[in-house]
Design a protein around this ligand. Structure first.
Ligand code: SF4
Length: 321
């Protein structure tokens, strides 16, 4: 059995878990390529105009997978990955949108992942998937627990300064070396599936590193402190990624060694329009720059803004010395 996993959206967070899980059920996992111009163009043609850029890109990945010999394609219905918090509703509707708009799909495995209250429903769905692969409860549980263990390894790698995407690449056998930083320390925030997709973010993180910056993303920070900082906001942010971004921004703002903060937002993203605004109002100690991108954003404009931001931070640093 061959299962396709699009290299987009929550691939950047959970690929080790799902790859290990499906391999534990005896399947071969096939991924789409890294996002490229063709993926984007294909996605733009297939998705509805109202969708945000990362969702459109995901459509491009699904289209690419359709051209492969697959038995299944894995597009989970992501509702919540933790207690009392939610993922953007677009993830909830993603399997339905894909089904409605892309003809000739292999069967979609669209288990519902909703851990907002407990994991019972997820367990039931996982067992159903196991049965499709002819595996019993014991084997399915084992495969899932092994997946979780692999995923936790990646989380530990992030604490050594890697982004989640880099941790996943290391886990997948690639060699990843962090360049030496020589000047600035910059916090970079945003949804991982935009930030870590080099095509969507126009290689934002590597560009900052090429400018000599040490980049810190939210996964590099102490998660208990991120949560504590997010708790300082009077109303709890109930989007998981939004809350991490707010907590991460407030934590980075309070750290003396951080020189500036960049937030990457997606045009057309409801949560970003609120979270980005909230962060820009709450961050007051550090220079803050919000970059909004979509499929029309030009690379030259983004590079100019990054260079100008870094120049400004260098000058500020020189004055304060
Ligand atoms: S949070 Fe924003 S960028 Fe992410 S899927 Fe939802 S609308 Fe798109």
């Amino acid at each position: 059995m061959r299962v396709g996993i699009p290299r987009s959206l929550f691939y950047f967070y959970y690929f080790p878990l799902w790859k290990t899980f499906f391999e534990g059920l005896g399947a071969t996992v096939v991924t789409s390529s890294w996002t490229n111009r063709q993926t984007v163009e294909c996605g733009l043609l297939s998705a509805v105009d109202e969708a945000c850029f990362p969702i459109k890109v995901c459509f491009g990945h699904v289209k690419e997978l359709c051209s492969q010999e697959l038995d299944f394609i894995f597009i989970p219905r992501l509702v919540s990955v933790e207690n009392r918090s939610y993922i953007c509703p677009k993830f909830m509707g993603l399997p339905d949108m894909v089904r409605a708009l892309i003809p000739g799909l292999p069967e979609i495995i669209d288990i519902t992942i909703d851990l907002s209250r407990n994991s019972r429903a997820l367990e039931k769905d996982l067992l159903k998937v196991g049965r499709r692969f002819g595996k019993d409860r014991r084997v399915t549980r084992l495969a899932y627990n092994q997946g979780l263990a692999e995923w936790r390894q990646c989380i530990r790698l992030c604490r050594q300064g890697y982004t989640m995407a880099e941790a996943v690449r290391i886990w997948d056998g690639e060699e990843v070396t962090l360049p030496a930083a020589n000047s600035l320390n910059i916090g970079v925030l945003g949804h991982g599936y935009s930030l870590y997709d080099r095509m969507i973010s126009m290689n934002l993180i590597d560009r900052l590193r090429q400018l000599g910056c040490q980049v810190q993303v939210v996964e590099n920070l102490d998660q208990a402190l991120v949560e504590a900082k997010a708790g300082e906001i009077p109303k709890r942010v109930f989007w998981t990624l939004g809350r991490k971004a707010v907590g991460g921004a407030l934590l980075l703002d309070s750290q003396p060694h951080v020189d500036g903060i960049v937030y990457l937002a997606c045009f057309g993203c409801g949560p970003d329009s609120m979270i980005g605004e909230m962060i820009s109002r709450k961050v007051y100690r550090k220079p803050f720059m919000m970059l909004t991108i979509d499929e029309h954003t030009g690379e030259a404009g983004l590079v100019t803004r990054l260079e100008a931001f870094c120049d400004m931070l260098q000058r500020k640093k020189a004055i304060n010395l």
